[in-house]
Design a protein around this ligand. Sequence first.
Ligand code: WT7
Length: 649
Amino acid sequence: MESITHENRKFAPLAAFSENAHINSMESYTTLYQKSIDDPEAFWAEAATDLHWFKKWDTVLDASEAPFYKWFDGSRTNLSYNCLDRHINEGRGEKIAIHWEGEPGDVRTISYAELHEEVCRLANAMKSKGVQKGDRIGIYLPMIPELAVSVLACARIGAVHSVIFAGFSADAIRDRVLDSETRMVITADGGYRRGKILELKKIVDEGIEDCPCIKDVIVVQRGDAHPIDCPMKDERDCWYHEEVAAMSEVCPAEEMEAEDLLFLLYTSGTTGKPKGVMHTTAGYQVFSYLTSKYVFDLKPDDVYWCTADVGWITGHTYIIYGIMQNCATQVMYEGAPNHPDEGRFWEIIEKYKVSIFYTAPTAIRAFMKWGDKWLVDRDLSSLRLLGTVGEPINPEAWIWYHKMIGGERCPIVDTWWQTETGGHMLTPMPGATPTKPGCATLPFFGIDTAILTDDGEEVDVGILAIKQPWPGMLRGIYGDPQRFKEAYWCKWGGQYYFPGDGARRDEDGYIWITGRVDDVVNVSGHRIGTAELESVFVEHPDVAESAVVGVPHEIKGQGLIAFVTVIDGRDYDDHLRKELVTMIDKSIGKFARPERILFSSDLPKTRSGKIMRRILRDIAEGKELGNTTTLADPSVVEALQAQYIAMSQ
Ligand code: WT7
């Protein structure tokens, strides 16, 4: 370990790790990386041969209709087959797929063969209700095995899953169901979170009240030990356990075309309306498989644990598809990290002898705050690799993670990627890349990056661009091809993919992500478009205008501060504040609540009427204000500042 400055410490992978790693030296990373860039088609074709194909592809990459790229065109395959049947056929059916632990402490152990059987039964139940290839299926479940079963059952019969994180509100369910004309919802009576029951089915009922596209609702009984109140609607609703019990465990996997839609996952952008990100079959299959194998250095004896929810892309790729295609054993946990106490995660790692642990910087900062006492007497020696995802990790949190959780023995993979990229884009290779605290380091194989100015000039500090298509890339925005082109492909004349992140290249050629360059805020690793909150606030009859900005937050990474202009003559007080918070809870979900709401008679604007968000950010960070000479009315700023200071006291 060589230490240069605190800012720029470098941690070389330990020989003991590298020795057995898939990618075991910088030389092998560089050689393979170069190959993958010089001849991406040969590289990806070779990776794909590890997997099962009903029919092989005709072309690896078809760029004739860019940016609507096609990967492995002409092939036929099935993700559920590659996650399950392939392993069973090769004699690994008895291997444990999931060690599941519910928040109250109930446990289940599920082998690949058992998972396969359950997936087939549910797939048959869906078919018996008329679900066909291409139909959209909403999934609104807690982190229970049935969530993985539902996802894989959809993939098995070619239905398109649209998982909605169970923290979203009824209105958010409705928006997603209507946008994608969802045919069926799979939900549960409830789920456990911090000792409380979330009554999920009731939220679904409210959300789909006026959604004629929904024909069936399948309900998992989570509360079988203690009944959870769950009204059922005749004709529409049925119990999961009754349906699957009546079904055969034989259900051949549908032979899917390469570009058949696999799933939709809604994510925030810079407008008020979330985007239905589309991922298709063959390319996502290969990309999720290969990134999992190399970045987590998966080996047959590993016990992997990703603490994300399947409601986000991290769970799709690195709980289900990528991990299960590698036939790994994993831990799945339902609840909160601090229930019944702040030591729950360490207890789980010790109990299941977790060897690979993947979590988010916001969680790491919370652990730091809770204190090291929760680690005393915990045996974390099974761990061999750590990972983080979701936002830039601050070096202090990285060092704490390295020392206190990794025992200075485990490499940390800081993985930069997005809902849209499908899988890891920038990441260390754990057995090869020397790491630096806070840095996602270098591109994964086949990922060709550049840092550019707005005008497309190459620079060391600027905006990250991806110069070549990759198999896991999104294929579109559901129902809105124009928005797909505009949001991701127009920035540099249609040539490069624009992820919306700023980046800096250092003297070693490492890439440091500096955060979003658009109006997307990353709260605890959840992406929230400020425009989404603004469009909620202006629905209130007393609100004229609003602007929401992101500011640094000790635990969450970023927090939201809302500036709200009230219509002349209307009162503004805590009552209005509460009403606005309730509106956010109702339209998006509690996780999108702003830290603060500031009221004003106007917002700082340029003389042409554009809201100056930079100034709002300065106010919200309690900073000295920069240049205010372009402001139409400087007194607005003084009033807001005074209010901010008063609220902070
Ligand atoms: C945005 C994507 C990728 C799954 C979870 C979030 C930020 C993500 C990192 C990282 C710095 C990161 C980016 C990106 N981000 N990982 N390791 N270092 N920033 O998925 O909701 O699609 O958000 O999260 O800003 O654009 P998402």
